[in-house]
Design a protein around this ligand. Structure first.
Ligand SMILES: *[C@@H]1O[C@H](CO)[C@@H](O)[C@H](O)[C@H]1NC(C)=O
Ligand SMILES: *[C@@H]1O[C@H](CO)[C@@H](O)[C@H](O)[C@H]1NC(C)=O
Ligand SMILES: *[C@@H]1O[C@H](CO)[C@@H](O)[C@H](O)[C@H]1NC(C)=O
Ligand SMILES: *[C@@H]1O[C@H](CO)[C@@H](O)[C@H](O)[C@H]1NC(C)=O
Ligand SMILES: *[C@@H]1O[C@H](CO)[C@@H](O)[C@H](O)[C@H]1NC(C)=O
Ligand SMILES: *[C@@H]1O[C@H](CO)[C@@H](O)[C@H](O)[C@H]1NC(C)=O
Ligand SMILES: *[C@@H]1O[C@H](CO)[C@@H](O)[C@H](O)[C@H]1NC(C)=O
Length: 377
């Protein structure tokens, strides 16, 4: 800009038309800025414009018309809207807007960038992202949404953009370092060209049946999530993509009896490029054991069973103790009746025993015995 806008002093040195120039200059200046000038606080070289760490609160409005790559990173642009790119920039293919604290990406913001192919929105705090942000015939192939979203509450925003954003040519999607947690099974169905997907460090707990079925994935990064196993249907989905490479290290695999399918798949599959780096997190006996060195016979749920049995024994003991206490209490409350009952029994016994005693005495006396036999006869 400075090069293209000579000061009035220099002009006065060569001509005497400074007064005239004073009125014409703003027009010339505007014209120069419009088409060739480099915006204030930016560096321009061979179709690249860099406005990096300049505390800008908006995207510079007057960019060289032939700009191919634009970096407005590390500033404090909190919103991008249709006004952000007021002139058409048909050469612009690469746009870097990382680290700005962007909160809102509005409708039609990229309508003047018809050849935008790579968009980096990483390290922002997006809370609103219009489904209409991209024109219908957009050519976006790479979208970097690494650490882009404010927090987990705005994950439905991600989903609606991916589903309804007309990203038909999107091949590379970076969703790493977001707090996604759950991947809805229709999350990637609107991305028919998606080949590289990074979900690294995105708190993913489970990959549901069908989530990864639609896109023609070739490179899938699932490192550093919360995966404990992979459902059989997901393994089948992955198996249907022979060209796919998956990274799975840094997940807390649970090596119990339900893990058999996953283990067999991991041992047999050539798709998991970091298979030798996977380790069990559970149970204790197998902690940090490389998965490839775990045998099928070691996958047990016995730990759980022991626990269950233990608790059931404790429960049984408690119930028995309670019954005992109630029994003693009943005895105590009825002590008088019981005493009477015992006396009655004792008396009855005594009467009975006396009868026996008498007979015994009779039987044990031989004389009386023969007498009684005779009398019986
Ligand atoms: C996305 O941006 C992050 C940091 O801003 C970078 O490390 C990563 O490589 C980018 N991803 C892609 C696919 O370019
Ligand atoms: C996400 O951020 C919003 C706004 O700052 C806040 O109200 C909400 O509680 C946060 N949600 C989570 C899950 O942290
Ligand atoms: C993982 O993602 C979280 C946000 O979900 C981020 O705070 C953290 O720094 C990331 N970890 C690494 C190693 O990048
Ligand atoms: C996409 O995946 C391919 C094949 O796995 C890989 O060679 C390439 O580097 C990846 N591209 C990006 C941008 O990650
Ligand atoms: C997965 O989903 C398909 C349909 O989308 C269904 O036919 C299949 O039974 C499901 N498999 C499992 C294991 O849920
Ligand atoms: C192992 O992989 C081969 C092909 O790579 C396949 O034919 C076979 O069925 C697989 N075995 C199991 C148990 O998955
Ligand atoms: C396995 O982990 C080591 C150490 O973290 C790393 O250097 C190596 O590249 C990893 N291997 C693969 C195939 O990812």
């Amino acid at each position: 800009m400075r090069l293209l806008s000579p000061s009035c002093g220099e002009i006065r040195g060569t001509t005497h038309m400074c007064g005239v120039m004073r009125s014409v200059l703003p027009l010339l200046l505007a014209a120069a800025l419009c088409c060739h000038g480099c915006p204030d606080k930016c560096l321009c070289f061979s179709q690249t414009v860099k406005c990096v760490n300049q505390d800008l609160d908006a995207i510079p409005r007057s960019l060289p018309a032939d700009t191919k790559s634009l970096f407005v990173t590390g500033n404090r642009v909190s919103r991008v809207s249709a006004d952000s790119f007021p002139t058409r920039l048909p050469s612009l293919t690469d746009l870097y807007l990382g680290g700005n604290g962007i909160e809102s990406v509005d409708a039609m913001v990229f309508d003047n960038l018809p050849n935008l192919a790579r968009l980096d929105l990483s390290n922002n705090r997006i809370q609103a992202f219009s489904e209409r942000a991209f024109p219908e015939d957009n050519k976006v192939q790479l979208l970097n949404l690494s650490r882009s979203f404010h927090n987990h509450s705005f994950m439905d925003v991600v989903q609606s953009v991916l589903q309804g954003g007309n990203l038909l040519q999107l091949a590379v999607l970076d969703l790493s370092n977001n707090d996604l947690v759950i991947l809805p099974d229709d999350m990637f169905t609107g991305l028919p060209s998606l080949t590289n997907l990074s979900l690294q460090n995105s708190s993913v707990l489970s990959v549901l049946n069908g989530t990864l079925r639609a896109p023609p994935l070739r490179d899938l990064d699932l490192r550093d999530n919360g995966l404990r196993d992979l459902p059989f249907a997901t393994l089948e989905d992955l198996g249907l993509k022979p060209a796919l490479h998956v990274q799975l290290a840094g997940n807390p695999w649970r090596c119990d009896c339900f893990f058999e399918d996953t283990l067999l798949w991991l041992k047999n599959s050539t798709q998991v490029v970091d298979a030798q780096n996977l380790t069990c997190a559970d149970p204790k006996a197998l902690r940090r054991r490389p998965l490839l060195r775990v045998e099928r016979s070691q996958l047990k749920c016995s730990g759980d069973m022991e626990g269950v049995l233990e608790t059931s024994y404790v429960f049984l003991g408690l119930v028995l103790a309670l019954i005992g206490v109630i029994f003693l209490l009943v005895l105590y409350l009825n002590r008088k009746g019981i005493k009477r009952w015992i006396y009655n029994i004792r008396d009855a016994c005594r009467d009975h025993m006396e009868g026996y005693h008498y007979r015994y005495e009779i039987n044990s006396d031989p004389r009386l015995a023969s007498l009684s036999i005779n009398s019986d006869v």
